[in-house]
Ligand binder design. Structure first.
Ligand SMILES: Nc1ncnc2c1ncn2[C@@H]1O[C@H](COP(=O)(O)OP(=O)(O)OP(=O)(O)O)[C@@H](O)[C@H]1O
Ligand SMILES: [Mg+2]
Length: 331
């Protein structure tokens, strides 16, 4: 395992009477993507909020245990909270651009931290927008309000804004759940690139996203960490029955297939369009199996289907070239 960046010892969190996190001990490696997965209410967001101490803003919360970032105890009274927060960027579920221009959104943080010179700020803004994968789309309208950007662009702007204060760690709480498939893909691509330089912790309820992104996985269940390990081990051979059930529930559901379409030989997005047409003629609750052989379609078709509100039950490679994707029509 690579070097530890965030070390959590025996973390317990109580909201009034509710024991939300129970004896969590885990090491989060540096410059890797760690995904926190698990059903709603299991404590994923709570765990992130402990890492940047946003948890302190919650009324009636109590926590015990220890979190060390770079060997510094972040719960220690002597630790400077501003220093800690500066190390951690946060990408929330819904983009939250500041009510100012695109440029100012990114320049805001560095300016607060004392960067005044225009030429240096310009360079900083450009660099962060490039890293967030947004520069080409906004370079000619840096002075226009951030609110005019699409939701997906706003999310990348928030990523750029976070990067501008030079964090070491990026915490993401379901960063793509409000986004369309193309914007989700953009964010995922940026996160994969950022892994070279940052430690990333991403909360996702989307197991397909976890598979696409994660190097390490933490599975929380009712406040307990029931599994932790390298992503390929956890997904291929989970040790805990509850993890197996969670993954199987998403993947290997033994379902009756109502319709099969073969889109082999077609490239994405055509397979997606054919699948959409097929679903359109089906009833809610029916299942469609799509066979694809285009590697892009393996991730894009499920992502698009989820964005359309359908449920992806299974994505499975059946031979060297072919994949099956099983979709349940939801609306
Ligand atoms: N401010 C709060 N006050 C009281 N209880 C809370 C508060 N925030 C969270 N909880 C409770 O703590 C538990 C864990 O919540 P948390 O938000 O961490 O879950 P989660 O895994 O992020 O869920 P989701 O997938 O729905 O976002 C839940 O039972 C939740 O109801
Ligand atoms: Mg949450």
């Amino acid at each position: 395992m690579p070097e530890t960046h965030i070390s959590i010892h025996d973390l317990n969190v109580y909201y009034s009477g509710n024991h939300a996190l129970k004896n969590i001990s885990v090491e989060i490696p540096r410059k890797q993507i760690t995904a926190i997965i698990g059903p709603s209410g299991c404590g994923k967001s709570t765990m992130l909020k402990c890492m940047n101490r946003l948890i302190d803003l919650t009324d009636g919360v109590r926590y015990t245990g220890k979190i060390q970032i770079d060997n510094e105890d972040i719960f220690d009274k002597k630790t400077d909270l501003i220093d800690i927060r500066k190390k951690l960027g946060l990408l929330a579920q819904k983009p939250t651009p500041l009510p100012m221009s695109i440029y100012e959104n990114v320049a805001y943080g560095p300016r607060i931290h004392g960067m005044k010179k225009k030429s240096i700020l310009d360079e900083k803004v450009q660099k962060c927008l490039i890293t967030a994968g947004l520069w080409d789309e906004v370079k000619d309208r840096l002075d226009s309000p951030a609110s005019r950007l699409s939701i997906g662009q706003q999310q990348r702007l928030c990523l750029a804004r976070g990067l501008a204060v030079e964090p070491e760690i990026i915490l993401c709480d379901e960063p793509t759940s409000a986004l369309d498939p193309v914007s989700s893909q953009h964010i995922e691509e940026q996160l994969l690139k950022l892994r070279d330089d940052y430690t990333i912790v991403i909360v996702t309820h989307n197991i397909h996203q976890a598979i696409r992104l994660a190097d390490y996985v933490i599975h929380l269940y009712l406040g307990e960490m029931v599994e932790h390990g390298p992503a390929d081990e956890v997904f291929e051979n989970p040790k805990d029955e509850r993890t197996r059930a969670y993954i199987n529930g998403t993947f290997l559901a033994d379902v009756k297939i109502d319709k099969v379409i073969n889109t082999k030989g077609n490239q994405c997005p055509y397979n997606f369009v054919y699948a959409k047409q097929a679903l359109h003629d089906m009833k809610t609750g029916e299942t469609l199996k799509i066979i694809v052989d285009d590697p892009t379609a393996v991730t894009e078709v499920p992502r698009g289907m989820e964005a359309d509100g359908h449920e992806v039950l299974n994505v499975k490679q059946t031979n060297k070239t072919d994949w099956e994707i099983v979709i349940k029509k939801k609306k």
